[in-house]
Design a protein around this ligand. Sequence first.
Ligand SMILES: C[S@@+](CC[C@H](N)C(=O)[O-])C[C@H]1O[C@@H](n2cnc3c(N)ncnc32)[C@H](O)[C@@H]1O
Length: 286
Amino acid sequence: MPTVEQNLFLWGKADGWKDDGDKWSVKWGGTELEWSTSISPRIRHFVPTSTILEIAPGFGRWTQFLKGFCDSLIAVDVSPACIERCKERFASDTHVHCYVNDGKSLAMVEDRSVDFAFSFDSLVHVESDVIAAYLNQLGKKLKPGGFAFLHHSNLGAFQNSTWLPKAIGRPQPIGDGGRPAPMSRGLWLRRRLQSKLTDWGLVNTFDNRAESMSARIFREACDAAGLDCRSQELVNWNHGPSLIDCFSVVTARNGQERKPPRIVENPHFMDEAERARRTAELYSTI
Ligand SMILES: C[S@@+](CC[C@H](N)C(=O)[O-])C[C@H]1O[C@@H](n2cnc3c(N)ncnc32)[C@H](O)[C@@H]1O
């Protein structure tokens, strides 16, 4: 259950970022391959555009590509170390503006100024209160007709699993439907212990994914923020076929009727990475 403070602690140390985060793209065979295989096809309808907001850019792994698709890019991260590195890395790109925030606020962004908001491989670590805060503000910051593509945790859909890691390989909570049943005291104690062990760094359950977040909670938060959640792709990530992550596309509702989102389950997401890496490897040896 990473809090804003825990995220700041986790990502605030520049020495943990020796390769600007490129190590997280190794499964794809590199950062460029992850961008072209898994990100670009999903956002190509939203870019190029005028203003892009990137939430939680880290050391700029995706900023380096996004900046070529807009007239102005605003990057906001809770970690001063990350923003310092982005400022240094993109110093010659005068259209890139970088800000440290408090982990929830987009106050530095003008209302109705954002054509496309983006976050990838970051908000999986933030709990539902942070997602709700960002969605609330995106309701004001997006231009009419603007879109957001946000990658977040779906681990909360596994709430009823006695011990979260055992959820791996179990039947999926298909469609994320229904509210979780009330927890027994034994289950509650187990979950508390697991959270504590995670907090103390003794176990790293699902790469510190947020347990309070799910695709359903995201849709509810969109509703509350006056946003329309247009699509959700539930995907696996590193830990077998369980759909622990979600890519959600949202747009401002502008007083119009809410349309039902298209929800797709993709337990083969990590196969994209494997295929890209193997193909690139094959040709790199020629
Ligand atoms: C795993 S890194 C990924 C960074 C970048 N998206 C990438 O893929 O290389 C997670 C990033 O999320 C940022 N972060 C975590 N919680 C945040 C929050 N509440 N608001 C803004 N940034 C946050 C961290 O500071 C860190 O830069």
